[in-house]
Design a protein around this ligand. Sequence first.
Ligand SMILES: [Zn+2]
Length: 186
Amino acid sequence: MNLLSGNTFGAVYWSDNKMVAPMLPEVSFVQKCPQCGKYYVLHEERISGEGDDWSFELGTLTFDEMKEAFDQLSAEGFNNTEEEAQVRFLLHHSYNDCFYREPTELTPDDNDKLLFKQNALWLIENSIADDVMRAEFYREIGEMDISRKILEETFPTDDFLKYIKNEIVRRIEQNDNAVFKLSDDE
Ligand SMILES: [Zn+2]
């Protein structure tokens, strides 16, 4: 996973690697079965198993649902690291959706914070190769010193990555761990 992995018209990119494309909304990789409430990941073999009445919806899940989904799917066991990473990115994004992406009165409790932190550390360890993005995930879990140290040793040549680096540094100085919008084509 890295930043700027797509270029979709009208898309909005966020610093946690979430991309919102209004013209091409993404179908959630984790889906909740409308019949039994169980969660499953989108693999073609499982979709076909749902029968002819399958209706293809986005299936966007809330943070509470993603917590349930993560508990169930990890108990069942992931098929591979890539699948686990995709589920964990959704968990990360849903936490930011709930508490940081838009203004809200909601605040995470200690359990939520711990889950968010452990999940981000797993992603940093197993799935995030880009140093700017690693620094951003450390910032989001409040590890400002680690984030700053990575950025002090990271020198992007790409102008957009330079801009993102500077935006992260600015927020570290303010002790701000909120996700932020990177770009907006409008
Ligand atoms: Zn079901």
